[in-house]
Design a protein around this ligand. Structure first.
Ligand SMILES: Nc1ncnc2c1ncn2[C@@H]1O[C@H](COP(=O)(O)OP(=O)(O)OP(=O)(O)O)[C@@H](O)[C@H]1O
Length: 250
């Protein structure tokens, strides 16, 4: 397998004459946590949508494990192991944690669990769901409805439902957005933990989270790559300081 799990070449998206993303080249090293940052409107969400095929690029290509996935649909991309969290894995509020993870497992292994009446299949599902809840620190809240969880725990549940899809590459869309201080460290630790054996691309506004998690950072501005490098490099780049660091209240 190649060095890069996910790659974008010349990715461009135009909305009615407006270039939201222009000629973005991105290489996400296998096994790494890579951040996509930039000021509001820089094109981060559009990039994520292009990578997961929620949007079709105007031009450019996307490769997963070296395979061209540009023409695949979003569900096919997910089945190939590129899974986005905090969007497709939105949880069902009135189902328990266990039920939420089970639904995700069933959606992934629909055919494997087709014999849902069989006790063996149900217990295999439950076992795997409990295991995933344990991994995200929700082992004791298996029977709690999702709606009763704290904000941070809801995010942990969303991570469990994403893991249920068995992702090789996880795209995390602002995992700490709207979080209180007390939840940020646990969710950062959890992301680090679940990154083991996986590749993660993350859009994140909180730069201390980015600096503690990510080995490589791509900065976007006006839909284009402004610079790329390790946190120390990027955060000292005068253009980034002007374009980005100066524009947010950290
Ligand atoms: N469907 C669309 N139609 C027209 N313009 C769009 C569409 N989606 C995004 N844009 C525009 O493309 C640009 C990039 O938006 P995008 O949401 O990708 O930025 P972002 O970096 O994710 O911003 P934020 O940090 O605010 O979420 C913005 O100017 C936005 O208004």
């Amino acid at each position: 397998m190649g060095e890069y799990a996910l790659e974008a070449q010349g990715l461009t998206k135009t909305f009615g004459g407006f270039n939201a993303v222009t000629d973005v080249n991105l290489k996400v090293r296998r096994g790494s946590i890579h951040a996509l940052i930039g000021p509001n409107g820089a094109g981060k969400t559009t990039c994520f949508n292009l990578l997961t095929k929620t949007l079709t690029p105007t031009s450019g290509k996307v490769f997963l494990d070296g395979r061209d996935i540009t023409r695949l649909r979003s569900a096919q991309v997910a089945r190939q192991g590129l899974v986005r969290s905090f969007q497709i894995s939105a949880t069902f509020p009135h189902l328990t944690c266990l039920e939420n993870v089970r639904v995700a497992l069933q959606s992934n292994h629909g055919t494997a669990y087709k014999f849902w009446r069989s006790l063996k299949a149900v217990s295999a599902l439950n076992e795997r769901a409990h295991e995933l809840l344990g991994q995200v620190g929700l082992g004791h809240q298996a029977h709690t409805p999702a709606t009763e969880l704290s904000y941070g725990k809801k995010r942990a549940l969303e991570i469990a439902t994403t893991l249920a899809l068995d992702p090789k590459v996880m795209l995390l869309d602002e995992p700490t957005a709207g979080m209180g201080h007390e939840d940020i460290e646990p969710i950062t630790d959890l992301i680090r933990k679940v990154s083991d054996g996986r590749t993660i691309l993350i859009v994140e506004h909180n730069l201390s989270v980015v600096s503690s998690l990510c080995e490589r950072i791509t900065v976007l501005q006006h839909g284009e790559v402004l610079c790329e490098g390790a946190y120390a490099e990027v955060s000292n780049d005068p253009e980034v300081i002007t374009a980005y660091m100066g524009g947010i209240d950290e």
